[in-house]
Design a protein around this ligand. Structure first.
Ligand SMILES: Cc1cc2nc3c(=O)[nH]c(=O)nc-3n(C[C@H](O)[C@H](O)[C@H](O)COP(=O)(O)O)c2cc1C
Length: 137
């Protein structure tokens, strides 16, 4: 399989537990079917999502996600081949209210527009590390 990954940011349009649960239910159902894994960092002011899997499936998911009216301002930052999965153990790891990404003030101040791929990959690597038990413990 040609592994491919995509990372985007967007702004929630309406944000509450019910909506988030609905999104995660949709995401996990589709991702299981499509061999997609990934992570969704979510806060009232921002979504950051990492998707990885077969290229055609990831591109199709991004196209559906871009049409979804539960968020706006979808900006795709990374679309590239990948050599290994970062979130292979998760249909969609969910991290609410992340405090270690940009602050709300930074988001308001344009951090999303200035984001670099390395910065975004760093956020997801931190999330992965926080959810992976150290070896031997
Ligand atoms: C923030 C956000 C994240 C989402 N993540 C995924 C995802 O990882 N995979 C996916 O297939 N759909 C995801 N969705 C849902 C899609 O937009 C869509 O509802 C779903 O793929 C079903 O599409 P369909 O109703 O056209 O079949 C997400 C939606 C939002 C708003």
């Amino acid at each position: 399989m040609d592994l491919f990954r995509a990372v985007y940011t967007s702004r929630p349009f309406g944000y509450d537990a019910g909506m988030l649960n609905g999104i995660l239910t949709d995401a996990r159902r589709c991702n299981l079917r499509d061999e997609i894994t990934g992570a969704l960092i979510c806060r009232a002011d921002i979504y950051l999502q990492w998707l990885e899997g077969p290229e055609d499936k990831v591109r199709a998911a991004i196209a559906r996600i871009q049409r979804d009216d539960r968020h706006v301002e979808v900006k795709v930052h990374i679309e590239a081949p990948a050599t290994a999965r970062l979130f292979g153990d998760w249909d969609m790891l969910h991290d609410p209210a992340a405090s270690w990404i940009w602050s709300q003030a930074e988001v308001t101040g344009g951090a999303v527009e200035r984001a670099t791929p390395d910065e975004l990959v760093g956020f997801f690597q931190t999330l992965k590390d926080a959810n992976t038990a150290p070896k031997g413990q």
